[in-house]
Design a protein around this ligand. Structure first.
Ligand SMILES: CCCCCCCCCCCCCCCC(=O)SCCNC(=O)CCNC(=O)[C@H](O)C(C)(C)COP(=O)(O)OP(=O)(O)OC[C@H]1O[C@@H](n2cnc3c(N)ncnc32)[C@H](O)[C@@H]1OP(=O)(O)O
Length: 182
């Protein structure tokens, strides 16, 4: 089946430039976990990545996570799906700067170098812009400065009610906490 071009993570037309929200956390601010049980950033998740993200300048995010034995695919090496998770979370962190709830629609990942247990991956995500509800972004993961991963993604802006309707524990009242008290 041929995919519609609108699904690829390569923009098919000129994008509206991203605008950093006036209430976005200042560059250098360490972002809180958006959900304590999140497998990527949650401090309460027993085997999660504990990924820590920081607001960057413009519409950029940096992130770090240390690969442990809980994240292996082959012995001593990070699982590719776990690495995609780290990229997804860092890209998703752009929502803090845009102040728009969004979900991953598409994540295209290039695995360039293996990522051993015990190493710390440095991640960087950058918003390219918008086409309607679609947000296009790119991310890179580095090990000691050397590029190990690259990703291109499309996130789709959703109403906060998306999380009430489809998830658990979110109510019409508390879902808006993100907007007033991130
Ligand atoms: C106030 C804020 C503070 C925020 C502070 C919190 C910070 C928080 C940090 C979180 C960090 C977590 C980062 C992990 C983020 C996940 O992992 S999210 C979980 C994984 N993703 C999902 O579960 C999404 C599942 N998919 C869906 O729910 C639905 O398909 C979607 C994506 C909402 C779209 O459905 P829909 O709303 O009915 O929209 P639809 O009309 O189909 O599409 C709208 C547009 O998007 C495009 N589109 C739809 N799907 C796709 C796709 N897969 N690929 C490309 N384009 C697509 C369509 O082509 C359409 O484009 P236009 O024709 O309008 O130009």
């Amino acid at each position: 089946m041929i995919e519609p071009p609108s699904r690829t993570a390569t923009p098919q037309r000129e994008l509206e430039p991203p605008v950093r929200h006036p209430d976005a956390p200042a560059p250098g601010t360490v972002l809180p976990s958006h959900y304590e049980n999140c497998v990527a950033c949650g401090p309460s998740h027993p085997t999660g990545l504990r990924l820590v993200s920081t607001a960057g300048p413009d519409v950029t995010i940096t992130g770090e996570f240390t690969v442990t034995r809980d994240h292996q695919g082959a012995p001593g090496l990070a699982h590719g799906g776990v690495l995609a998770l780290a990229l997804d979370e860092t890209l998703g962190g752009l929502a803090w700067l845009l102040r728009k709830p969004m979900v991953t629609g598409r994540l295209e990942t290039d695995y360039i170098r293996h990522v051993p247990v015990g190493t710390t991956l440095s991640l960087e995500a950058r918003c390219l812009g918008f086409a309607g509800r679609r947000m296009y972004a790119k991310a890179v993961g580095r090990l000691s400065g050397r590029v190990a991963l690259r990703a291109s993604a499309v996130f789709v802006v959703v109403p906060p009610e998306h999380f009430v309707e489809h998830g658990t524990d979110m109510t019409a009242e508390n879902v808006h906490d993100y907007e007033v008290n991130p």
